[in-house]
Design a protein around this ligand. Sequence first.
Ligand SMILES: [Zn+2]
Length: 67
Amino acid sequence: MADYNNCFDCGAKLLDDDRAIYKKLVYRGADEFLCIDCLAQQLSCTREEIERLIKYYRESGMCTLFR
Ligand SMILES: [Zn+2]
């Protein structure tokens, strides 16, 4: 069964932002998600870069995933 509340890799509790950025960067129709740390690892970038992207999408107001 899909678990919307926890990272499917490390089991960390997920926030709305974690799910939103996963949908944005990986797969819009995702029904399981990675936390920011695991996502950063998968994308070979840093947690800071992902947090900056979240902030950007949120402040731009253009992405319906970040409201
Ligand atoms: Zn994780």
